[in-house]
Design a protein around this ligand. Structure first.
Ligand code: PLP
Length: 380
């Protein structure tokens, strides 16, 4: 038996998205050309842009296709700041934002022990930096804990103290479960990534509000309204648009089902380990992600044993090397290094079944018991 509980890392492709990708890949033309084959490609590109814009509550001309969440986030940060302006973000952003902010000598705002941005600290930073702030970037839902960030408060503070700053939200984890159009209302820039909601890997979008004045990071043929040069990944874009349609159409039902499965998972594990509490549970959380700390155990050992038994999970955000550093998100929430080094993220998706969850509860329970016994730790 196998149970895939790593949907926050990536999701299985949705059948409608796969079909759209296959159809689009049969189009020969380059959308930048002018003959009939090119026009067919252009038509599909613009149709996909309309579909994505409609779902995100913006005009088609405000949707810039990119190679994924990382590129969208980088474009949002580096494209916003000018001269000596600073970028401000929370300390729990994905590395695609965090490292861009650090590279531009930006400022990071802390979070509470329950994983929500500290609004008082944000206010202080905004007061101090005022119009020197080029961009304020706070994610919609955290990819490790699922904690939904108070975006409307963030926006209010940013507009009050730094009216010239662009406001960006990384909504990469949100489609399927949250109303991105509603939560991102008023933001200038919004990142999404196809593979997090049933689309293919390697394609994403950045919403760029017309008035933002964002600058391009890639120079070349001037595609995507001069903001992202390069021949677009038409198959990926068409598939992502189809996946977003599916995700939005089925959102209510998906939330209900995934929430039920997450509750079942949490109940099953707290029956075995009564002392265990999911990280971030005191804040509003997205229904799909559960994150635990098994202090004294080692994430790599846990994941290795789970993998051997066919349960696929992760310790937090995935990284190309597969190497696990203690999570910056959990450390920012005040967890100790010992706690963070034993973290486990289980993320349910729209294709997860009850059988998957039942199996995962058994396997996770047994693996933790075994590793804890070896180290002489009593868990619950
Ligand atoms: N932002 C968040 C919140 C994510 O979870 C991820 C991926 O894990 C990314 C950005 C990066 O997206 P991509 O894998 O499409 O580059």
């Amino acid at each position: 038996m196998e149970a895939y509980l790593d949907n926050a890392a990536t999701t299985p492709i949705n059948p409608a998205a796969l079909e759209a990708q296959i159809q689009a890949s049969q189009i020969i033309g380059n959308p930048s050309g002018s003959h009939r084959a090119a026009r067919a490609a252009k038509e599909l590109l613009e149709m996909s842009r309309e579909r994505v814009g409609l779902r995100l509550g913006v005009g088609a001309s405000e949707v810039i296709f990119t190679s994924g969440g990382t590129e969208s986030d980088n474009l949002a940060i580096f494209g916003s700041i000018r001269d000596s302006q600073v970028a401000l973000s929370s300390a729990i952003e994905h590395h695609a934002v965090l490292d861009a902010v650090r590279a531009s000598k930006g400022r990071l705002v802390g979070v509470s022990s329950s994983g929500a941005i500290d609004l008082n600290q944000l206010e202080d930073e905004l007061k101090d930096w005022g119009d020197s702030v080029g961009v304020v970037s706070v994610m919609m839902a955290n990819n490790e804990t699922g904690v939904v960030q108070p975006l409307s408060e963030v926006l209010k503070l940013a507009r009050k103290y730094s009216p010239r700053a662009l406001c960006h939200t990384d909504a990469v984890q949100a489609p399927s479960y949250l109303d991105v159009a509603e939560l991102a209302r008023g933001f200038d820039l919004v990142s999404i990534s196809g593979h997090k909601f049933g689309g293919p890997k390697g394609v994403g979008a950045l919403v760029v509000k017309k008035s933002s004045g964002l600058r391009a990071m890639l120079y070349g043929g001037g595609q995507e309204f001069e903001l992202r040069s390069g021949t677009p990944n038409l198959g990926g874009i068409a598939a992502m648009a189809a996946a977003l349609d599916e995700a939005e159409t089925n959102r209510e039902g998906n939330v209900r089902r995934v929430e039920g499965l997450t509750q079942m998972l949490r109940r099953g594990l707290s029956d075995r380990f009564p002392a265990l509490k999911p990280n971030g549970m005191e804040s509003p959380q997205m229904c799909s992600i559960t994150n635990y700390c098994f202090a004294g155990l080692n994430s790599e050992e846990i994941l290795f044993k789970l993998d051997s038994a066919g349960v696929y999970a992760s310790a937090g955000s995935s990284c190309a090397s597969g190497a696990l550093n203690p999570s910056h998100v959990l450390l920012a929430m005040g967890r100790s290094k010992l706690e963070a080094a034993g973290s486990l993220r289980l993320s349910i998706g729209v294709t997860t079944t009850e059988e998957d969850v039942e199996y995962a509860i058994c396997v996770v329970g047994d693996v933790i018991d075994e590793l804890a016994a070896k180290k002489g730790i009593a868990w619950g």
